[in-house]
Design a protein around this ligand. Structure first.
Ligand code: ADP
Ligand code: MG
Length: 314
């Protein structure tokens, strides 16, 4: 393709909400053989919502939610937002002065005065978060996070997790001062276009794979809804990049579609990295493409555009 054709294609992309960072990425997209999709925020809507709250201590629900939300307020993970929103609703709907509209204003203005102070917050990518509240450590995350920290997960709690996961929900465990104090279930509905896009890619000779840090049961339940057979679950961020590299071994051109900080190593490792526009800045920086509308159909748009642009010179 001539430089002009590349410029035109880049412009057409931009007009359709597909930002392309450079002609090389545009050229590589025509040869994509595998598209690796992240689950949370990529295949799913990132409209995660808390569906279940089970508290195991004498602490009441309000106290429990305040504690968890205070920790999660430091993070931008979709799970964090869901927990914060749930806790906000719980607290403010008990206060008759607060209407739904003012709640939206409150959260917009980050006037979350009921949150507790946190110290030493950090994210454990692919596993959860940690910080200190009232000089006691709080852990919010999956089995492996709590397992690694020596927090015992009794069989009845494990049963609650399995039940959530079989219903495509993510089970989140909370430990405070080394004690398991509760479990939350988070549901994140799949994007409406996901299955159609996977099908469309298949017809174009492109295979879809799902990679996620989430557990196998939830992963399989979501993949099934999307029509994806090839699933890699319980993968840490560095592992996502390894998945890309192993697919590239036979010379295949591999695309990665992701939205999170945890996807950025894989976005960088992929021949074509595509970031979800609504995703984190770090993912957007690491990617070659930005899908501004956050719509998965634009994965097809991007490949089509590349094929059309470079078909002319063949
Ligand atoms: P994905 O690969 O699907 O985008 P992540 O790698 O971000 O998922 O997270 C993997 C798992 O780690 C989540 O399913 C959740 O169990 C746990 N996790 C990650 N971030 C958080 C958080 N902020 N709060 C609680 N749990 C978290
Ligand atoms: Mg994600």
């Amino acid at each position: 393709a001539t430089p002009t054709a590349v410029m035109v294609a880049t412009g057409v992309g931009a007009n359709n909400g597909v930002l392309i960072k450079g002609g090389d990425a545009l050229e590589r997209a025509q040869k994509i053989r595998y598209v690796v999709f992240d689950k949370t925020g990529t295949l799913t809507q990132s409209k995660a919502a808390v569906t279940t709250v089970k508290v195991f201590t004498r602490m009441d629900r309000g106290e429990f939610l305040t504690l968890v939300a205070s920790a999660e307020a430091n993070s931008e993970h979709p799970i964090s937002k869901a927990i914060l929103e749930y806790a906000c609703n719980f607290h403010f709907f008990e206060d008759p002065r607060v209407t739904k509209d003012s709640l939206i204003e409150i959260s917009d203005a980050k006037m979350t005065g009921w949150l507790l102070d946190t110290v030493d917050f950090y994210t454990i990518p692919g596993q959860g978060i940690q910080c200190y509240i009232n000089e006691k450590q709080i852990l919010v995350g999956n089995r492996s996070l709590l397992g690694e920290r020596g927090v015992n997960i009794p069989i009845d709690v494990e049963n609650v997790l399995v039940d959530l996961e079989e219903n495509a929900k993510t089970g989140i465990l909370v430990a405070y001062d080394s004690q398991l104090i509760g479990v939350m279930g988070v549901a994140d509905p799949i994007k409406r276009e996901a299955a159609v896009v996977v099908e469309g890619l298949f017809k174009m000779g492109v295979r879809s794979i799902m990679v996620t840090g989430d557990n196998w049961r939830t992963a399989k339940a979501v993949a099934q809804e999307a029509g994806i057979q090839d699933v890699r679950a319980e993968v840490l961020p560095a592992g996502k990049a390894d998945v890309i590299r192993s697919l590239q071994k036979d010379g295949s051109i591999v695309a990665m579609v992701g939205d999170g900080i945890n996807d950025s190593p894989a976005l960088a490792a992929a021949d074509v990295g595509m970031a979800i526009g609504a995703g984190t800045d770090i993912a957007i920086e690491a990617a070659d493409y930005v899908l501004m509308k956050s719509n998965l159909e634009d994965v097809i748009t991007a490949i089509d555009l590349s094929r059309k642009t470079f078909a002319r010179i063949r």
